[in-house]
Design a protein around this ligand. Structure first.
Ligand code: NDP
Length: 282
């Protein structure tokens, strides 16, 4: 198996282009899933305060025998903790839960433009503190639209290293990806296989047959050839292995274009729209 490529971020740090996502993995099941992922070669884990499973991620890393510096860990600020003092306390809790004195990447999970008087800038400035004091090696955002990114550019110091957005063959999210490419913000694609919805598409299944790969491998390969960072989630051991074993073939331009053409724009979105999303956990 070819090694997972590293992507260099705008602050000079590197991130493995393929990782393991733990959204919707029960807290009690997380350590076991992450332990298997680490055993089969994943070196990048994507968690969040709102997933309630940061502790399981930390446990699995500590028990893996790997050095902390061998694993890239991302977490994200809870929607309930955008006010600067709350964000500071929540970040400290993330470090405690992970059992680490730093996190590789820390993100604002959602912009929440309809909450907190529309102020995500002071939240971002709080993440800038974590970057400056070294407890977050890199900082970024998630679910930011072009106008949100433009506002950060106008009103703050640090350009986000990444923007983690919904992106898969049914939602290319081109305007946001394009802004990122123009401004040095790497795109992380969440729900990279659309939670399974794209895997039965005839274009994908036919390429899978031709290339002797699985549908998920075709889609993950398509992402990495587009330069996206991905972290498919699975609790199924065979799939955890399958999702990292896709690096030995390449899609040609025709195949890439055929998958691009599956784009349904807004109709393809499976998650919430960032302009409206206003969920705040208790
Ligand atoms: P994914 O697109 O990764 O799909 C996960 C689903 O697909 C699960 O039901 C899984 O089933 C199934 N699956 C995984 N691999 C395969 C395979 N090879 N063949 C068939 N089915 C498969 O969805 P997610 O929404 O989990 O997104 C991935 C990650 O992105 C999250 O874990 C999280 O880290 C991040 N994310 C971030 C968001 C944000 O707002 N920033 C929002 C959503 C996700 P099973 O587990 O049963 O095997």
């Amino acid at each position: 198996m070819t090694r997972v490529r590293d992507i260099t971020l705008n602050d000079g740090n590197t991130i493995p282009q393929l990782g393991f996502g733990v959204f919707q993995i029960e807290p009690a099941d997380t350590a076991a899933a992450v332990a298997l992922a680490l055993r089969v070669g994943y070196r990048h884990i994507d968690t969040a305060q709102m997933y309630r499973n940061e502790r399981g991620v930390g446990e699995a890393i500590r028990r893996s025998g790997l050095a902390r510096s061998d694993v890239f860990v991302t977490s994200k600020l809870s929607n309930a903790r955008h006010r600067p003092d709350d964000a500071r306390r929540a970040f400290e809790r993330t470090l405690r839960e992970l059992g680490s004195d730093y996190v590789d990447l820390f993100l604002i999970h959602w912009p929440l433009p309809t909450l907190y008087d529309g102020d995500f800038v002071s939240t971002w400035q709080t993440l800038e503190e974590f970057k400056h004091d070294g407890r977050a090696r890199s900082i970024g955002v998630s679910n930011f639209q072009v106008d949100h990114l433009a506002r950060l550019a106008a009103e703050s110091e640090i350009v986000p290293a990444v923007n983690q957005i919904e992106c898969h063959p049914y939602l290319l999210n081109e305007a946001v990806r394009h802004y990122g490419a123009e401004h040095g913000i790497a795109t992380e694609a969440w729900s990279p296989i659309a939670q399974g919805a794209v895997l039965t598409d005839p274009v994908i299944t036919s390429l899978a047959r031709q290339l002797n790969a699985t549908p998920a491998q075709i889609v993950l390969r398509w992402h990495t050839q587009h330069g996206n960072i991905v972290f498919p989630k699975s609790v199924t051991p065979a799939r955890i292995r399958e999702n990292i074993a896709f690096l030995d073939f390449e899609l040609d331009d025709d195949a890439i274009n055929a998958i691009d053409e599956l784009n349904r724009g807004e109709r393809g979105r499976i998650g919430a729209h960032p302009d409206q999303f206003a969920f705040v956990p208790a």
